[in-house]
Design a protein around this ligand. Structure first.
Ligand code: EPU
Length: 422
């Protein structure tokens, strides 16, 4: 069993470099399947979700040549199959992008129903709706998703019922090589959606409107090979370090981030009393007092990201008054609050709302990472707590954060990685 032991309390200070964005990279890797040739990718985060995705690509026939752990050439000339292994694809959510990308090149595609963090119901009806509108036949049976097309997919007007990152990216992937023009309304505007469109456009795709509510995609015959692309920095990793800097009353420079992407998080930190100064691709975050209470309502971008909700909750736990969270994206994202209660937090969560009565101290305790972002929150809680905090189920954290313990330790934290037993 693996765990992190976080020795607190500490004050973070120094500089941290942000890695490439997980949620952009897990879409760009399957997007490479649309190219009958090679793509060169840089700033790919070295995390377990990416390693798992690269295994899927290899199982389909991709050849991966590493230049460094974050840079690689992916050669998809010899993709022989569009039947992805159940074992490989059932482990995580973003395997659903294989549906859109492989349907660009193949008539029959099979993946497992996607897994991923347990955040409540995670339907894929909008993904299926998009593919069916474009002319594919999609069936969900025996834990698998089967998609087939008799002819090339064909562009049509599409209106998404909910703003979905995954369905928007799957639509972009499926329409890139389709016949004709697709207009998709009510799409997601997250930075990683824009990054996937930029990646495909850099190879000759015709995707307009990424970052707005409406996408216009004109299908092209093929994409150029031998392109080179750098994945954007991870908004959520940067936000995680920003919150950690504030709650430890630290002074941290966040390097290699895009301040524009951080605005919903920056605004809340300033409201809580922190000093946040942007300069090019860095953000300087400092705090010298107890945070003020704040209300957080999660929304699609440019609203406050749900994937920062558990981390921001640590700030609210330590605030000088009562705070509130309204979770508008996932139905079950408050499981982690029970873990924080073990450390002394005073949180009452019901339905999609949590009320947090601020306290001035947390105490170390054994805690579990219920999901990726909840795990990051447990580490932040451990950094401020008196004594040591054993953080279990860290495989969730390692799915999405590159070298998280080393990065915190370089800022003055004391986090040990321990592997117990076999
Ligand atoms: N939804 C539907 N039908 C669909 C798809 C989504 O009803 O077909 C609903 C969901 O139930 C949810 C809302 O729409 O209520 C938004 O879901 P979305 O599709 O945007 O989520 P996702 O694409 O499955 C991505 C990230 C998540 C992040 C969400 C929201 C990836 C691989 N995952 O998930 O990231 O929470 O967007 O921003 O990009 C994480 O990184 O820790 C993580 C969970």
């Amino acid at each position: 069993m693996e765990k992190f032991v976080v020795h607190g309390p500490c004050r973070l200070h120094g500089t941290v470099n942000i890695s490439g964005a997980k949620n952009a990279a897990v879409a760009i890797l399957p997007a490479t399947l649309l190219v009958n040739g090679k793509c060169h990718l840089e700033n790919v985060p070295d995390i377990s979700d990416i390693r798992a995705y690269l295994e899927i690509l290899k199982s389909l026939g991709s050849k991966i040549t590493y230049i460094s752990k974050n840079e690689m050439i992916i050669d998809n000339t010899n993709i022989g199959s569009a039947i992805a292994s159940y074992d490989l694809t059932s482990k995580f959510r973003a395997s659903y992008y294989l549906l859109g990308s492989l349907l660009g090149r193949f008539d029959n595609v099979q993946i497992s129903l996607p897994g991923g963090c347990n955040l409540g119901a995670r339907p894929i009806d909008q993904h299926i709706k998009v593919l069916e509108k474009l002319g594919a036949e999609v069936k969900v049976m025996h834990g698998n998703v089967y998609a087939k097309r008799a002819n090339k997919l064909k562009g049509v007007p599409i209106f998404l019922d909910v703003v979905s990152v995954g369905a928007t990216i799957n639509a972009i992937l499926a329409c890139t090589l389709a016949d004709g023009i697709t207009i998709i309304e009510n799409v997601a505007k997250e930075p990683h959606v824009v990054d996937v469109a930029n990646f495909l456009n850099s190879m000759g795709a015709k995707i307009k409107g990424a970052g707005t509510d409406v996408l216009k995609i004109t299908g092209v015959e093929s994409l150029k090979q031998n392109s080179s692309y750098m994945v954007i920095p991870d908004q959520i990793e940067a936000g995680t370090f920003m919150v950690a800097a504030v709650v430890t009353r630290g002074d941290v420079i966040i390097n290699n981030c895009i301040p524009k992407h951080m605005e919903p998080i920056t605004a809340k930190l300033i409201e809580a009393g922190a000093t946040v100064v942007e300069d090019g691709s860095t953000i300087h975050v400092s705090m010298d007092k107890r945070p003020l209470p704040i209300t957080v309502k999660t929304m699609p971008y440019p609203g406050f990201p749900t994937d920062m909700q558990p981390q921001m909750c640590i700030l609210q736990v330590l605030a000088s008054g009562s705070s509130m969270i309204v979770e508008n994206i996932w139905e079950s994202r408050f499981q982690y609050t029970d873990e924080l209660s073990k450390m002394g937090a005073n949180i009452s969560a019901h339905g999609n709302t949590a009320v947090i009565n601020g306290i001035d101290k947390l105490y170390g305790s054994p805690v579990t990472s219920h999901d990726l972002r909840a795990g990051a929150a447990m580490i932040i809680a451990g950094l401020v707590a008196e004594g040591y905090t054993d953080v279990y189920s860290i495989e969730h954290i390692l799915r999405g954060y590159e070298n998280i313990a080393d990065k915190f330790n370089n800022l003055g934290a004391n986090i040990q990685y321990i592997k117990e037993g076999n």
